[in-house]
Design a protein around this ligand. Structure first.
Ligand SMILES: [Zn+2]
Length: 481
């Protein structure tokens, strides 16, 4: 009899798209061995080069983390369900200052709240006094801030420095078509104040960094984490722990969402769940992997719900529990989370007492430095490629995007091998020919070039700027995405 292992979306490309794998084994270690024997590409996602289970991959037996059981020696039976949870980028009221009186208009506006015993006039006054900071005015920030504004939270702070792009509109519902090209914070503030004119919106149009985070967060009662990258997520977590502010966490990828409340007294923090970030590039971002448009609506509204409960001091907050949502199967699951006494930031003997360099911690190069750095693989520009085509030169073009991206736009004559298959299918390519590799923007293709170089390809170039540069500068007839 076999035990069921649930595979999360980011790892499904390595199990042939399967969401469940049934394998036999007496312990977690046996099952994982059997799993990578069957699906070899999973090995590097689950284990380090030294053969240790990676610590940003959490394994649960039913709703218990194996770190609190017997780790890889944890016994399993066919009745158990094993879940792989990779990282995907307070009970008491948090508002203790004096609460302001409600105006006549407010009493009318919030009447459906006021007649509920869990809210009432006192609760509505707490909401009015509350100050909530939302980091990120994107997919999660849109629904979260709109519901918080509608519910009567008095002050909403927003951190973002982006402008609205057409590709944001399928999920970032706070923006409309006329907002494309506008600054996100300007458009958000206008929309939120149109919903609730008495709302105080404070805009912080900066990138949140170790230098400014404590000063920005200090003025708020709690933080809604709507970030889309690991550096900012760890930064928000550590700043919340250091300041003692609850951190209402949410994350989304394709069809999967996660939510939890971190950094309340005695509760776990994000680092207790994921002590270290995955290496850059291993976990795709929403920009690379996509996200279902309605997904941030569900997770962002869960974050808004938790924020309102924390302000009211009502109900059981999502503390010590990680909520997992799978939109494809329409299932919510819940896993237990515990504060890790050895956690470097919220543990009994913390080693992180001030904010650190999160780019270095996550192993990423800040965008500015990356732009100045010399390319690590040989490159060619879209103009050079076009000139070679025009001269009738024999250029072999390899596209390493996914098939769905290939359907949107492509460069005539290219061969499609998605990045994840390049290593296995390198034999289909002729190393004696000159090869130009491209993807959407140049990141994945640079990895493919490096990979092919390792396999002895000498004449291989990365197309700088990818197909987006090609469409911008050579063939504007094709759609961009
Ligand atoms: Zn912690």
């Amino acid at each position: 009899m076999a035990t069921r292992i649930l595979i999360p979306t980011p790892l499904r490309p390595f199990t042939g798209g399967r969401d469940t794998v049934e394998l036999e084994g007496a312990t977690i270690g046996d099952l994982l061995k059997a799993l990578i024997a069957q699906h070899g590409d999973l090995r590097r996602h689950l284990y380090s080069d030294e053969g240790k289970l990676r610590n940003f991959v959490n394994i649960y037996v039913n709703d218990e983390d194996i770190r609190h059981l017997q780790r890889e020696s944890t016994p399993v039976t066919p009745k158990d369900t094993v879940t792989i949870v990779p990282s995907v980028a307070g009970g008491s009221t948090t508002v203790e200052r004096e609460t302001p009186e409600l105006t006549r208009d407010e009493i009318q506006r919030y009447s459906r709240h006021l007649i509920m015993p869990e809210v009432g006039v006192e609760g509505q006054r707490k909401l009015k006094a509350a100050r909530v900071l939302c980091v990120g005015a994107g997919g999660l920030g849109s629904p979260a801030t709109m519901y918080l504004a509608a519910a009567g939270v008095g002050t909403i702070g927003l951190v973002d420095f982006d402008t609205v792009d057409a590709s944001n509109l399928h999920r970032q519902i706070i923006y409309g078509a006329p907002d494309v090209g506008r600054r996100k914070l300007e458009a958000s503030k206008e929309r939120l104040q149109a919903m609730n004119p008495s709302l105080n919106v404070v805009t912080h149009e900066v990138a949140l960094t170790s230098k400014n985070a404590l000063d920005i967060l200090r003025d708020y009662d709690l933080v809604v984490d709507g970030t889309d990258n690991f550096q900012t997520r760890y930064l928000v977590n550590d700043a919340c722990v250091l300041l003692g502010k609850p951190n209402v966490y949410g994350s989304i990828f394709r069809f999967d969402g996660q939510a939890a409340v971190f950094a309340v007294p005695d509760g776990p923090c994000y680092r207790c769940l994921y002590p270290e970030p995955p290496p850059p590039g291993l976990v795709p971002s929403c920009a690379e992997g996509g996200v279902l448009g309605v997904l941030p609506g569900i997770i962002g509204v869960i974050q808004a719900t938790e924020a309102v409960k924390l302000i009211l001091g009502a109900g059981q907050p999502l503390v010590g529990r990680l909520l997992l949502y799978d939109a494809l199967s329409m299932k919510f699951r819940e896993l237990k989370l515990r504060r890790d006494p050895d956690c470097p930031v919220c543990g009994d003997h913390p080693t992180i007492k001030t904010l650190i360099d999160y780019d270095a911690f996550c192993g990423v190069t800040p965008p500015q430095k990356a732009a100045n750095a010399a390319p690590t693989v040989p490159e060619i520009t879209v103009e050079e490629l076009k000139a070679r085509y025009d001269r009738g030169e024999d250029v072999y073009l390899l596209d390493v995007r996914e098939p769905n991206e290939y359907q949107i736009c492509r460069i005539e004559g290219s061969k499609l091998i998605p990045l994840g298959q390049v290593a296995a299918r390198a034999g289909e390519l002729d190393p004696s020919r000159e090869l130009v590799v491209h993807c959407k923007m140049g990141g994945r293709s640079a990895k493919a070039v490096a990979l092919l170089q390792e396999r002895g390809f000498k004449n291989v170039f990365n197309l700088k700027g990818g197909i987006l540069a090609w469409i911008d500068r050579i063939d504007p007839s094709q759609p961009k995405y």
